[in-house]
Design a protein. Structure first.
Length: 484
């Protein structure tokens, strides 16, 4: 039985209370996790604050960049350990985590080290009444101690997406991973020590939200900024906590993302892309698709093809190379998703495929398994068409005009992402410009250049990260005016 401890000031620290980490595959207990109380969280924040003024704060950018390259290289050297830990926590196929979670989690340290090393700031010459002038230039300094609250769907990738730029900018961090996925954040502590990251720069506290590590971290006045990825309700609570002390927040929250499929699309590409956007990671992707709008001339053909693709997905364990879809993260989340499957039946949806729980052999019968599911036949005001489910499911609706589908796609409180499938270049530009979302893909999905802005509109988030946009959050920009 593993005992997963907090990582504070370069040391692994147990606490008086522990909680169970259960496998999504069979609900067996696979680890005991130390739950950080207020004392452990305070120790982590104090260690992070001390490190700001210690060796870490005195490093020049070139030395900091070299250390972060070392972190990325050490993650890759221990690739199999991270892969095993990530798949044990999430149950996702190793083929998926091997391709996305671990390599991109490591790459985040190199990408943002390069951004910090190369990004310029502003310089302006200014006229003055005496004719001698003045010079204005900008400098960046770390914002301070950054609290990072992470989700469970892509634990390493989404944590390093925040820790990478935060550390590159010279900040120190206290990470609160999801209670469902504690292992890779903790394992990263070993990496930090191995490559010589000073003590206190990277800290990890485990626990839950209210009344636990999440609340203690976000309300701690020693934390200068808070960044969060997760559901909108939790993001709103964090924003309220951050208001005390007027601390900045970066929030990437929920979504009810649409895909718009025009009749002139590359049909095979649209099916392949929609299959991934609906069913990848068992539908537990913030950028995933839950609403699909298909132009009427190809509607029946599209539904039939997506049904065929969903039914070909092999439900299985992470190590099986044939596995196309794993379990949900937990029994609790399974209950939530199944409640929407029931709502779909109650509202009169046509179940194209799925809609229930697969039969699994042996102890796997106790796991958080669920069937990939496709519905049609409901109006846009149905619960499954308006509320985020976060499972391997979608509702497909026909549409007749561009204006109609833009209006329907935008008729949501969310605005995270969207996909558009068309071979008409002008239409692709035109529709993308009218979609109310932070990210819009045309003829692709999940294609990410890490230099570009990432974030949501409406209730899907506040702020942008990626490239220089991350620097705007993780640094304070100071103007210096020199009178000549």
């Amino acid at each position: 039985m593993k005992h997963i401890k907090n990582f504070i000031n370069g040391e692994f620290v147990a606490s008086a209370r522990t909680f169970e980490k259960r496998s999504p595959l069979n609900d067996a207990v696979i680890a005991q996790v130390s739950e950080a109380g207020r004392g452990e969280v305070d120790a982590a924040v104090q260690a992070a604050r001390a490190a700001l003024h210690g060796p870490w704060g005195k490093l020049v950018i070139a030395d900091r960049v070299e250390l972060l390259y070392g972190v990325a290289n050490e993650i890759n050297r221990r690739f199999d350990e991270f892969l095993e830990a990530e798949c044990a926590d999430t149950g996702k196929p190793m083929s998926l985590a091997r391709h996305i979670d671990i390599p991109r989690g490591a790459a985040n340290f190199k990408i943002f080290a390069d951004v910090v090393k190369n990004v310029p700031t502003e310089f302006f010459e200014m006229a003055t009444p005496d004719g001698l002038g003045a010079l204005n230039y900008a400098t960046r300094s770390p914002v301070g101690v950054v609290g990072i609250v992470c989700p469970w769907n892509l634990p390493l990738l989404l944590m390093t997406w925040k820790a990478g730029p935060a550390l590159a900018c010279g900040n120190t961090v206290v990470v609160k991973p999801s209670e469902e996925t504690p292992q890779t954040a903790t394992l990263l502590g070993e990496v930090m020590n191995a490559v010589g990251i000073p003590k206190g720069v990277y800290n990890v506290v485990h626990g839950f939200g209210p009344g636990s590590a999440g609340e203690f971290l976000t309300t701690h006045q020693g934390v200068n900024a808070i960044t969060f990825t997760g559901e909108t309700r939790t993001g709103a609570a964090i924003m309220k906590a951050a208001a005390d002390g007027a601390r900045p927040v970066s929030l990437e929250m929920g979504g009810k993302n649409p895909a718009i499929v025009f009749a002139d699309c590359d049909f095979d590409a649209a099916i392949e892309g929609t299959m991934r956007s609906v069913f990848s990671n068992c539908g537990q992707v913030c950028l995933g698709t839950e609403r699909v709008y298909v132009e009427r001339p190809i509607f029946d053909k599209f539904v039939a093809a997506l049904k065929l693709g969903a039914e070909k997905l092999k439900i299985g364990t992470p190590g099986d190379v044939a596995t196309g879809i794993g379990p949900l993260i937990s029994q609790e989340h399974k209950t939530k998703v199944l409640s929407y499957y029931q709502k779909a039946r109650d509202e009169g949806a046509i179940i194209v495929t799925g809609g229930g729980v697969p039969n699994m052999a042996g102890d796997l019968a106790h796991g958080a398994w669920i069937q990939p599911t496709i519905w049609t036949g409901l109006s846009d005001d149905a619960a499954i068409c308006r509320e985020e489910i976060f499972g391997p499911c979608c509702h497909i609706s026909p549409f007749d005009s561009e204006e109609e589908v833009i209006r329907r796609a935008n008729d949501t409180t969310y605005g995270l992402a969207a996909s558009i499938w068309t071979t008409n270049l002008q239409r692709g530009h035109r529709v993308a410009g009218k979609i109310e979302a932070g990210l819009v893909w045309v003829n692709s999905w999940f294609l990410r250049d890490l230099r570009t802005p990432f974030g949501g509109a409406k209730q899907s988030g506040i702020g942008r990260e990626g490239g220089v946009h991350s620097l705007e959050f993780y640094t304070e920009l100071k103007n210096i005016c020199i009178k000549l």
